[in-house]
Design a protein around this ligand. Structure first.
Ligand code: COA
Length: 175
């Protein structure tokens, strides 16, 4: 790992995402989508749509010591039914030149923490089986594999399976 990055990794801070972070968040998102293994999506929405999808309370960025965004993580509701009020879906993306430095783990652990403090009891993630990094990251952070959803949808014309990963809190949703 280059020395410069070791330095920034040590000085990483996890903070709330601000609207000004959107261009960097969008670029990191697009680079993640370009791997072909991150999501069924192939393009980024505009800010208004993104902002409406990910509640302010549940979106985080990782910054280096100069404030540059190296990654982001956010939650979106899975349903508007009352029974699912404490169930949310995870997105986590790290800049391509900053991957494998522990940033994804720091972001996801912080997001779990914020979610539990916000009363969210279940986090879920749909991950392509080919996305070894994401699977490893989620399992490390307390998610379990619920099952494999076969030929769930097409990405660029190709049917893809998805693993459903889930983390049930033992702090939130216990009353
Ligand atoms: C998935 C992603 C967020 C992981 O972030 P990261 O900062 O690289 O992950 P970390 O460095 O915190 O690593 C977490 C764990 O995953 C492992 N890991 C990371 N990248 C890996 C890879 N390419 N292959 C195998 N394991 C990998 C790490 O080794 C670590 O496990 P360990 O401590 O047991 O060794 C990042 O690879 C990414 O942004 N990918 C593109 C977007 C994407 O796929 N997002 C997820 C959508 S479901």
């Amino acid at each position: 790992m280059p020395r410069a990055f070791e330095m920034t990794a040590r000085q990483l801070s996890i903070e709330a995402m601000e609207p000004d972070d959107w261009p960097a968040v969008r670029d990191i998102y697009l680079a993640g989508l370009a791997t072909g293994d991150a999501s069924f999506e192939i393009s980024a929405p505009d800010w208004e749509k993104w902002e409406a999808k990910y509640p302010r309370q549940f979106r985080l960025v990782a910054r280096d010591d100069r404030g540059a965004v190296l990654g982001w993580a956010a939650l979106t509701a899975v349903s508007d039914r009352r029974v699912y009020a404490g169930v949310m879906e995870v997105s986590v993306y790290v800049a391509s030149d900053a991957r494998r430095g522990g940033i994804g783990e720091k972001l996801l652990r912080a997001l779990v923490d914020v979610s539990e403090r916000g009363g969210i009891w279940t986090l879920q993630s749909g991950v392509f089986p080919e996305n070894t990094a994401s699977i490893r990251l989620h399992l490390k952070c307390g998610f379990r594999e619920v099952g494999r959803r076969e030929r769930l949808g097409k990405r660029e014309g190709v049917w893809r399976d998805a693993l459903l990963l889930e983390r049930r809190s033992d702090v939130a949703g216990m009353d």
